[in-house]
Design a protein around this ligand. Structure first.
Ligand code: SF4
Length: 217
């Protein structure tokens, strides 16, 4: 599929409206689709190499998109790690929460998709700030142990021991009382989904097995 020329700040997928805050990420997962799909996601060009959107631009794009058609959730996702832009993420999420309080749109959830490295990126516990504005968190656990995690996510220098940080992030999210905390693993990557599920459940999180994505359909 060919990407549209203009990068999408927000885009639709299933019943959600997704926010593309950044392409930056401390990982280079073997299963990451951004390279394979050449920064395209079902016809949306998610390539932000010309510049990341400001919080104001994201809010303007959201207002335009949310008015167009029904949606059930707004998700911070995109082809990158949203917590790399924590200030913008929190500001936009706070705005969404305000719109929800004013019933500007029918009820919706606010979700974050993350690789779980946010506390290591920021050298502090960011979970309380997230819990104040986000309803649900989906965290990529990806592996049952640190060695498998390292092989699969190929972390940047400084994040090699990140697996324990991801596990701790999940534990903190469960304690913080989000409406839903889901730890995921991608199928057919070499991780053992049953063992990853045990780790997720031992932390009090729900488990989700993501399909391995190869070609877009
Ligand atoms: S954490 Fe997500 S965005 Fe980052 S490389 Fe892995 S799959 Fe891609």
């Amino acid at each position: 599929m060919t990407a549209s020329a203009k990068p999408a700040i927000v885009y639709r997928f299933q019943e959600g409206v997704y926010i593309n805050l950044t392409n930056r990420c401390p990982n280079l997962c073997v299963f990451c689709i951004k390279t394979k799909w050449q920064m395209d996601f079902h016809g949306n060009n998610l390539n932000l190499s010309a510049g990341e959107p400001s919080a104001t631009e994201v809010i303007a794009a959201l207002e335009k998109e949310l008015a167009k058609a029904p949606f059930k959730e707004v998700v911070f996702c995109g082809y990158g790690e949203p917590t790399m832009r924590l200030d913008e993420l929190l500001f936009v999420a706070q705005t969404l929460k305000g719109w929800r309080a004013q019933a500007k749109y029918p009820p919706f959830s606010i979700r974050l998709n993350t690789n779980g490295l946010g506390n290591l990126i920021h050298h502090r516990n960011i979970v309380p700030a997230l819990a104040a504005v986000i309803d649900e968190v989906s965290i990529s656990l990806n592996a049952q142990d640190a060695n498998t995690w390292r092989k699969l996510v190929r972390p940047a220098s400084g994040y090699e021991d990140g697996y324990s940080g991801v596990v701790e992030f999940i534990r903190l999210c469960v304690q913080a009382g989000f409406k839903r905390v889901v730890a995921s693993c991608v199928d057919k990557t070499g991780a053992n989904p049953e063992d990853v599920k045990k780790v997720a459940q031992s932390l009090g999180a729900q488990f989700y097995l993501r399909s391995f994505l190869d070609a877009q359909n």
